[in-house]
Design a protein around this ligand. Structure first.
Ligand code: FES
Length: 117
């Protein structure tokens, strides 16, 4: 059965990196995406890495000219174990896969964030 846990104050969550907390027996990460919080399980759906310790980078796009360009409007989270990249916008891998990040429900109350785990 899920429980509601205090995670942090809102100003402890920043864009471009995850803040990680242990809530109950689960590891959970939160970051800002375009100024809004997102909260995910700190567990890579591929093989269980602590994915929130991976880097958040701009999505790479292979142009028709075979040059790589960076798209900072669509950041991805790169897993520290095998380098799979997951969109922070929908949790899906950047290649076709059914695996996706597990987003968690949260609520904001007086500048604090609470997460349901
Ligand atoms: S454990 Fe994350 S890509 Fe393999």
């Amino acid at each position: 059965m899920r429980q509601r846990y205090y995670f942090s104050t809102l100003d402890e969550i920043v864009e471009g990196q995850f803040t990680i907390r242990e809530l109950g027996n689960r590891s959970v990460g939160a970051t800002l995406l375009h100024g809004k919080p997102i909260v995910v399980l700190n567990f890579c759906p591929h093989a269980g890495a602590p994915i929130c310790s991976g880097k958040i980078t701009p999505k790479q796009i292979l142009e028709a000219s075979h040059e790589l360009t960076l798209d900072p409007e669509h950041p991805v989270l790169r897993c520290p174990w095998h380098g799979w990249e997951f969109s922070l916008e929908n949790g899906r891998t950047v290649f076709e896969s059914r695996l996706r990040l597990a987003y968690l429900e949260f609520e904001i109350n007086e500048s604090s964030i609470f997460v349901w785990v």
